[in-house]
Design a protein around this ligand. Structure first.
Ligand code: FES
Ligand SMILES: [Fe+2]
Length: 450
């Protein structure tokens, strides 16, 4: 179903909710995880990777999701095709990891060779098949595949909405950003001891920021009344916050202020304002103007189509059900959790820090992993290990979130936790669970016994 921008709901208004319970079993039960597989994961669109991971015909991405695995391969005409990663003879997994296929996919069991297009090219003893020679006739099972935003998407659903309808209104909201040009400067997957929904819950509200991320309020306004909390019937939602200090959060005198540094970078004098309030409110407007006047000469080509809001603000966007994309003026941070194949109390957390190329800029602030070279990063896979496994992101916002994961999951196992008590500004958390219930057709988990 296509959802228009104007179908927006107020994500701080609890009257948009019907009040489904968010109990602990949703995060611990194998039965519930199975329902998610059947009703959710086989219906939604998944991200397989970035388009620029595939450079030449024959290059392919393997995306493993729970016990499923999918191959997306670039064809001779540079179009993309997606297949289930299972040989059409006896089912063997054809490819273990992303790579480049020369001449097609060769199965190491009985030697069948599948073309890049998924059609069987050769088989041993082809005359020995009752239905006739399978070559040129049998194909790998294909999936629908498409691209948006420089991401490759696929769905296991044969007749659900097309990608752009599924994502709506996100492509419309973010049409001004040249997302295809992004460089992924940091790329890490982390094993985390919590259910995958931890991340969607967490990124659907900013109520935890003052406590968990004390470094953020002087940089991004955390007063909920100055933010917009938006959600659409498709489940996608966002928190739009000005990237200026909250008026209610003051750093002690003499401390280096991140907003001052940003102003100075853009040639504004933070000391030219009479007081803190004027600097914050007028300085934020001056910053917009300065960016509009000087982006071209400074090589900030990605600003070419951004509007006033997009030039200076944080548009922290949840793509239902498991992806969050933080749209910042110079960076995109992509967060995703995917469930563990066997254990609902674990997940994989993907962190992709991306930035737009700027002429002459060789190093970029990645937001979550410090300064990084402006080039495509190598993939890293880690066990979180209570923080010890990911020193590259220690102290970052996402690290602070991850540090909460284990204790949150432990709480989900307590008989003392029966439902959330949410602030108005956290309404999107329950909205997410209600839509999830619609997908899996469960409005309470009372039938769940595990
Ligand atoms: S399972 Fe692949 S050729 Fe037999
Ligand atoms: Fe957080």
């Amino acid at each position: 179903m296509k959802v228009e921008v104007e179908h927006v709901l107020n994500g701080r208004d609890s009257s948009i909710l019907r009040g489904d319970v968010i109990d602990g079993k949703r995060y611990t039960s194998r039965t519930f995880a199975k329902k998610e597989w059947q009703g959710l994961w086989t219906k939604i669109w998944h991200v397989a990777g970035r388009v620029n991971e595939l450079e030449e015909p024959g290059d392919y991405i393997v995306h493993n999701f729970m016990k499923e695995s999918v191959i997306v391969a670039m064809q001779e005409d540079r179009e993309l095709k997606a297949f289930y990663n299972a040989c059409g003879h006896r089912g063997l997994r054809l490819a273990e990891q992303s790579s480049s296929a020369v001449g097609g996919f060769h199965c190491p069991y009985h030697g069948w060779l599948w073309g890049l297009d998924g059609v069987l090219k050769s088989a041993q003893d082809p005359e020995d098949f009752t239905a006739g020679n399978p070559c040129g006739k049998l194909t790998l099972q294909s999936l629908r595949c498409d691209t948006w935003g420089g991401f490759i998407w696929y769905t296991m659903d044969t007749d659900g909405p097309d990608l752009l309808d599924y994502l709506s209104p996100i492509p419309q909201l973010y049409k001004n950003y040249p997302l295809e040009s992004l460089v992924r400067v940091f790329w890490m997957r982390v094993d985390l001891p919590t259910n995958w929904k931890f991340a969607t819950d967490n990124f659907s509200e900013s109520y935890h920021t003052r406590t968990a991320h004390p470094q953020v309020p002087p940089w991004i306004d955390q007063d909920y009344w100055t933010s917009r909390h938006e959600v659409w019937p498709s489940g996608h939602g966002r928190t739009v916050q000005p990237m200026r200090p909250s008026l209610s959060d003051r750093l002690p005198d003499g401390e280096v202020h991140p907003f001052d540094q940003i102003m100075e970078y853009w040639g504004l004098d933070p000391h030219a304002y009479d007081n803190f309030e004027t600097k914050v409110m007028q300085g934020w407007l001056d910053l917009k103007n300065k960016k509009k006047c000087t982006w071209r000469e400074r090589g900030y080509d990605h600003y070419a189509n951004l509007n006033d809001e997009q030039l200076t603000d944080s548009l922290h966007t949840v793509v239902f059900p498991n992806i969050t994309i933080s749209f910042l003026p110079d960076n995109i941070v992509f967060f995703r959790t995917e469930p563990h194949p066997d254990d609902p109390e674990k997940c994989f957390f993907d962190l992709w820090c991306m930035a737009y190329p700027v002429a002459g800029l060789e190093t970029v602030e990645s937001i979550m992993a410090g300064p990084q070279p402006m080039e495509e990063a190598m993939f890293q896979y880690r066990d979180f290990d209570d923080g010890a496994g990911v020193p590259e992101i220690e102290g970052s916002i996402v690290y602070q979130d991850m540090m909460l994961a284990r204790a949150l999951q432990q709480g989900m196992n307590s008989q003392g936790y029966t439902d959330s008590n949410l602030a108005g500004q956290e309404s999107r958390v329950r909205f997410f669970h209600e839509l999830l219930n619609d997908y899996i057709d469960v409005h309470q988990v009372s039938g769940c016994t595990e």
